[in-house]
Design a protein around this ligand. Structure first.
Ligand code: NAD
Ligand code: UDP
Length: 340
């Protein structure tokens, strides 16, 4: 298949590109590089021994999308392009709705024009907002979101359901990721956030390699076994394989699936496992709860197993080992590495 990945130069998109190439699909990437480097794609080409067709452009621009769809036939789209910072979305909601919603509307319009009917969408566990029960299953309530980022994912899912009602030939699957973590085991591709990381694992790695003093732990008084927040971390390679399975099972209609492991780990369990894996000590600094955080967020991944034949196979140790390898081999991310 010729598969277009919007946002394919990003953290998760680059791992999906590699998995697709290894399954002998042709990969086309459209990315405006607002949060990524084209070096990720050259590394994917080197790892796979195959070429990617790269277009630098913006999903909000009709001309950029038309150029991609005119240049080669597209059989399916994996739509990853989007902005993903919860904090930034609270400060710049218009920017988030513009990018994540208006960009998706433009993509849907151009897909219709070019009669491309297959779409996989990067959604998020944030669509559930404050969990009504644990573990979260696909029929739990959605929409009770607490920030514009989460709201944008919820709204896009809703729009996609309505568009499928109007265009029954469309096959759309939204994948609700829990907490993506890890990197390709080669250490060649991974995630490198700009500035001070908001997320636990990138912050922890920067403490471990001496870039930051100690790890703030936001809250030790939650109703969890050790009082710290519990999350469902999923290896990015398991996520990538989930996309391939979703693509293989696409059929007309709109569907959504959780992509998680169903296994939760607390902040302190993560720190402890990381210290074992890396041999590094991570000093922690207990702080107050972070506003907006919930005690536990955990998936029921049963529906993806039943209907897509997919389940995560990599555990926390592999996530931490692989991410740490990427981090130590690329302390500046793709910056300062080979030019194109
Ligand atoms: P990322 O920032 O590494 O990748 C997103 C890519 O999209 C980047 O390469 C960026 O340059 C590109 N992009 C953004 N806006 C664009 C636009 N208007 N036109 C073209 N390209 C554009 O993020 P990621 O972690 O790989 O996330 C990919 C998708 O998965 C996002 O939609 C994100 O919301 C979703 N998601 C991520 C997480 C997570 O924790 N990483 C969790 C749930 C869902
Ligand atoms: N967390 C923490 N210190 C940090 C970042 C995160 O203690 O510097 C905690 C956070 O409170 C939550 C868990 O780690 O319980 C995962 O947070 P992250 O931001 O990585 O993901 P989220 O689930 O919030 O999207």
């Amino acid at each position: 298949m010729n598969v277009l990945i919007t946002g394919g130069a990003g953290y998760i998109g680059s791992h999906i590109a590699l998995s697709l190439l290894q399954q002998n699909h042709q990969v086309i990437v459209l990315d405006n590089l607002c949060n990524s480097s084209p070096i990720a794609l050259t590394r994917v080409e080197a790892l796979s021994g195959k070429k990617i067709t790269f277009h630098q452009g913006d999903i909000r621009r009709r001309a950029d999308l038309n150029q991609v769809f005119n240049q080669q036939p597209i059989d399916a789209v994996i739509h990853m392009a989007g902005l993903k910072s919860v904090n930034e979305s609270l400060q710049k909601p218009v920017k988030y709705y513009q990018n994540n919603i208006a960009g998706t509307l433009m993509l849907l319009e151009i897909m219709k024009q070019h009669q491309v009917n297959k779409l996989i969408f990067s959604s998020s566990a944030t669509v559930y907002g404050v969990p009504e029960k644990i573990p979260l299953c696909e029929n739990c309530d959605t929409g009770n979101t607490t920030n514009p980022y989460g709201a944008s994912k919820y709204m896009v899912e809703k729009i996609m359901g309505e568009v499928v009602d109007a265009q029954p030939e469309l096959a759309i699957t939204a994948l609700r990721y829990f907490n993506p973590a890890g990197a390709h085991p080669s250490g060649q591709i991974g995630e490198h956030p700009e500035g001070i990381p908001n997320n636990l694992l990138p912050y922890l790695f920067q403490v471990a390699n001496g870039q930051r003093g100690n790890l703030p732990v936001f809250g030790d008084d939650y109703e969890t076994p050790d009082g710290t927040g519990v999350r469902d971390y999923i290896h990015v390679m398991d996520l990538a394989e989930g996309h391939i399975q979703a693509l293989n099972h696409l059929k007309p209609g709109y569907r959504h699936y959780n992509l998680g492991t169903g296994q939760g780990y607390s902040v302190l369990e993560i720190v402890q496992m990381f210290e074992q894996v890396s041999g590094k000590h991570v000093p922690v600094d207990m702080r107050a709860r972070r506003p907006g955080d919930v005690a536990i967020c955990l998936s029921d991944p049963g529906q993806a197993k039943k209907e897509l034949g997919w389940q995560a196979t990599r555990g926390l140790e592999a996530m931490l080992r692989d991410a740490w390898r990427w981090h130590t081999q690329n302390p500046q991310g793709y910056m300062g590495s080979e030019t194109l």
